[in-house]
Write a protein that binds this ligand. Structure first.
Ligand code: ATP
Length: 356
């Protein structure tokens, strides 16, 4: 279990700067995720931590040791890739043992370690199976076992679930999380799947185009996004443009483009916002925060889409200059239809204010 620290790390390929002044502290034992759209620099950052790329400038530390210029095999890391990179003609045990043989460990020690880790990843009876006789999910667990058997200080996982179908992906993410917390190894996980990131991580770093947008727990990132990019990228949200009318020690009152007055909580504002009367802000409203019927913050519009899922009803509601998606819990009352007018309200706690 070691910490990982990045200090003013940049990475350029030719003239293009892929990573811009990245500063980061990952705690020992933490499950930390790099999340962002394709091309934002997640893999590049992971590869610098692994030692496959060196930073253009800046430093990387494992605990207090500066590893910036160290070869990957000197860093004691375990790594799992999207395509597993297993040896298909070898057995499960031979694959798991590979790194230990390279380290020239005695056979008896290798046997013990391989048996233990095979149990941990729940592949007990499969030691003698060939890789190509296993399912995708099982192959993924062999790759994980092979990375873990060397007892790495840091485990690096690059989109390890993307080759699995949806159901297996869900099962395997629970497995990875269980194994990680059982072993307590510091883990860095790369994904562009926000549900995966929220379900697995202690903390998440959201990236966009080589820049860190926000670092926080899944709850902080979901409930208190720092900007419009994060609020859009994590979960679904409605963003309404509005201007500030009033600021008090408790409340923030705004008027939306469509003339609705909304009163929110002063504590629910992004730290990047300019708190000035007349200033433009964006009100982020999660579909599940919206309620049906009149209340404190009313809006109304015409329904353009209805979808009943049993647990909830989803309405798309058109207002003159905005569209709202609302997810209303099903309480058994009759559904509204397309073309109907609907009155909605949003409790003040359900409004979150973002800057430009
Ligand atoms: P994805 O989810 O698609 O893997 P990512 O967030 O992991 O994306 P990176 O693979 O880190 O993104 O790539 C970030 C940017 O750096 C991209 O624009 C990519 O084209 C560029 N890049 C990455 N590796 C190299 C390289 N070896 N040479 C030149 N450009 C590179």
């Amino acid at each position: 279990m070691k910490s990982v620290r990045l200090e003013h790390v940049t990475k350029s390929f030719g003239k293009v700067e892929t990573i811009n002044d990245l500063n980061l502290m990952i705690q020992p034992g933490e499950f930390f995720t790099f999340l962002g759209p394709s091309g934002c620099g997640k893999t590049t950052t992971l590869r610098m931590i692994a030692g496959f790329y060196y930073p253009t400038t800046g430093k990387i530390y494992f605990d207090d040791a500066n590893v910036t210029g160290l070869q990957p095999n000197k860093r004691n890391i375990g790594m799992v890739f999207q395509n597993y990179a297993l040896f298909p003609h070898m057995t499960v045990d031979e694959n798991i043992a590979f790194g230990l043989k390279v380290r020239k460990m005695p056979t008896t020690v290798i046997r013990k370690k391989v048996d233990r880790i095979r149990e941990i990843v729940h592949l007990g009876p499969y030691g003698n199976r060939k890789i190509n006789e296993l399912s995708g999910g099982q192959q993924q667990r062999v790759a994980l076992a092979r990375a873990l058997v060397i007892e790495p200080d840091i485990l690096l996982l690059d989109e390890p679930l993307s080759n699995l179908d949806a159901k297996l992906r869900e099962e395997t993410r629970v497995e990875i999380k269980r194994i990680q917390s059982e072993l307590g190894v510091t883990t860095i996980y790369v994904t562009h799947d926000q549900t995966e990131a929220m379900a697995m991580s202690d903390r998440i770093m959201v990236m966009d185009r080589g820049h860190v947008q926000q670092v926080g727990t899944p709850q902080e990132i979901y409930n208190r996004p720092i900007n419009r990019f994060v609020s859009n990228f994590i979960g679904e949200t409605n963003l309404l443009e509005a201007t500030i009318d009033e600021v008090s020690s408790e409340d923030l009152i705004v008027t939306t483009c469509d003339g609705w007055t909304l009163r929110g909580k002063r504590e629910n504002i992004s730290p990047l916002i300019k708190l000035k009367i007349g200033e433009t802000v964006y009100v982020s409203i999660r579909p599940e925060s919206i309620q049906q019927g009149p209340g404190e913050n009313d809006l109304s519009g015409i329904i353009s889409f209805v979808e009943f899922t049993g647990l909830s009803v989803q309405y798309i509601v058109n207002m003159p200059s905005a569209t709202l998606k609302a997810m209303i819990l099903n309480d058994g009352s009759p559904l509204k239809q397309i073309g109907d007018e609907i009155v909605l309200n949003i409790p003040p706690e359900g409004l979150y204010f973002l800057g430009e």
